[in-house]
Design a protein around this ligand. Structure first.
Ligand code: 6GU
Length: 246
């Protein structure tokens, strides 16, 4: 497979959508080797306890380190090569972006550790970091109850970048956030009919003039990005104007 992905969670059913659609097909065709593991398999008490009260006080519960240590030890035994990357979804992580998705898609093996409650005892990441690269990642500035929904997001963004998953590879370079278009948002798109409910398709798109179409799309992308995401507008550099031409 192009990618092996292990997901550890106390809610394996939450990851069921990974069997559907594009990711499901990638797993069916062998591009993706996906395994979802129940953290409670690595508990030993009658109640399969995964959490405990926080040292120092505070609200909520913290995930105990022992089951996580055993799980990661079983999935990544000493001497495992290539060394997998451990992705820990947390609202306190570095921001997940298309550039991070591209980075993760280049890895052969990803292990996802889904925390719940107030998070995982910090010694789990510290201990794992002695053996593997640990990446604490946030999918945005809001709080989820656990990492599972974030893993669905991260895997959808990563798996579609694997060779052979998206039919036409040009789709990947023409879309929003593509580095090839300076990370701009994609402008509006149209299909037939040329007039619908009185709304016309912009005539330039019917002109057959690919130079003019390319300039129009760039202008639309810049206009939309400046309007809805001014933080994404690229800073002009000497010798290269924002029109992408000069
Ligand atoms: Cl990755 N995990 C959780 N639990 N909450 C989040 C998040 C991740 N990203 C934003 N909020």
């Amino acid at each position: 497979p192009a990618l092996r992905a292990d997901v550890v969670t106390i809610f394996p059913d939450y990851l069921a959508p990974l069997r559907l659609s594009l990711i499901g097909r990638a797993a069916q065709t062998g591009i993706l080797d996906l395994a979802v593991h129940d953290l409670r398999e690595w508990t030993h008490d009658r109640h399969r306890t995964v959490d405990d009260t926080p040292y120092g006080g505070g609200a909520g519960m913290v995930m105990r380190p022992e089951p996580w240590g055993e799980a990661l030890g079983a999935l990544v035994p000493p001497g495992t090569t290539p060394v997998p990357r451990l992705v820990v979804p947390t609202p306190a992580g570095r921001r997940f972006t298309q550039a991070v998705a591209v980075e993760l898609a280049a890895e052969p093996h990803l292990v996802f550790a889904c925390g719940r409650y107030e998070g995982i005892d910090a010694r789990v990441a510290a201990d794992a970091a002695t053996r593997m690269r640990v990446d604490e990642i946030s999918i945005g500035d809001y709080v989820l109850n656990g990492g599972e929904a974030a893993v669905l997001v991260v895997l959808e963004a990563v798996v579609r970048l694997l060779p052979g998953v998206v039919g036409n590879p040009e789709s990947l370079t023409e879309e929003s956030h593509a580095a090839e278009h300076d990370g701009l948002l994609e402008g509006p798109v149209y299909t037939k009919p040329p007039v619908w409910r009185g709304h016309e398709v912009p005539p330039v798109l019917l002109s057959g003039d690919h130079g003019a179409i390319g300039r129009w799309r760039r202008e639309q992308a810049l206009e939309r990005t400046a309007r809805v995401r001014p933080d994404l507008v690229p800073v002009p550099v000497a010798g290269r104007g924002l029109d992408g031409l000069t």
